[in-house]
Every structure is written in C-alpha cells, then in structure tokens.
Write a protein that binds this ligand. Sequence first.
Ligand code: S3P
Length: 174
Amino acid sequence: MLKGMAIPRKVILIGFMGSGKSTVAAVLGRKLGLTVYEMDDLIVELSGLDSIPAIFAAKGEAYFRELEARVAHSLRERENVVISTGGGVISRPANMQNLTSAGGVVVYLRTSFEILAERIGDISGRPLFADGAKARALYLEREPVYQSYATITVDTDSLGVDEVCARVLSRLES
Ligand code: S3P
C-alpha cells in the first residue's frame, strides 16, 4: 500500500469497452488498499446466468440495463472501494448519482476508438462491439458524457497499465 498520500475512499473508473478499467482497477485496489468491485461480475451474479453475452442473448439489453442500475444502487453507500463500471453505466444519470452519492473520484480512461478496436480483438464477450459501425457511433455519443462525469481524465492510447495507474495515482495525490 502507498504511504504518505490521502487515500480516496471511493474511486470510480469509467470509459468505453476495452479502455482497461478492470485491469487498472485491480492494480489501483492493490496499491491503495481498497476493495475492488467489478460491476459486470455483480450483474452476471445477479442475473443467475453465466456471462454478459448470455444476459443480452436471453433477456436483451433493456434487462441488462435494469440489472446494471440495481447494482449501481447497491454500491451507493460503499466506501474504501474501487469500482470498475461497464462502459454503458453512464447511459442512466441515476447510475452515476448512486455511484457518487457518498462522494468519490471519477476517473475516465480515455482511449481512441481505433486503439479500443485493436485492443478488443475478440468481440465475443462484448455484444455491443459486434457491429463496428454501431460501436463507433456509440463511442462518439458517449465520449462527451464520460468527460462530463470525469474528475480525472487519463489518455491511455500510448500507455501500458502500469503507466496508466501511475498517472491516476499522481492525479489522485494532487
Ligand atoms: C457495455 C460494456 C460492457 C458490459 C456490457 C455493456 C456497454 O462492459 O457492461 O457488454 O454498454 O458499453 P466493459 O466496458 O467492461 O466491456
């Protein structure tokens, strides 16, 4: 755990699919001594199904968004946590209100669409990346929304995970 810095009680990672939220959350959690919550995992658990694609296939996106909203609500009082969100969490303002109602620093991992598409490669785990043109349109629609919620934005295009974490940590410190 890092010494000598005020540890935020709640760090919320947002960004498009493939921006590295889960990996960065795991490293930040370890370095800051905070518990990591992976919203997608909590949603799958709540659904009783075995994966995100299974939820989309069996019940559709609207049902997935309902579960996502319930999970965001269930996390509203949590402190001493890093929360890795799904890329669509910002589609309902109430989700962000719930996630930040007890305070918290919102970290936006900003990545260009081209790099995201390269990083994602196998799209089978991400139903909303199945159609490249639609994914790009969704990216363009969401980008300003992520930005509007961000306390801290880190551009990840040319950075590895360790460098992204180092930047987040130095921004959290300042
Ligand atoms: C989604 C992103 C996914 C997952 C679901 C919907 C989205 O999470 O929640 O497939 O709407 O962008 P990741 O951002 O972790 O891939």
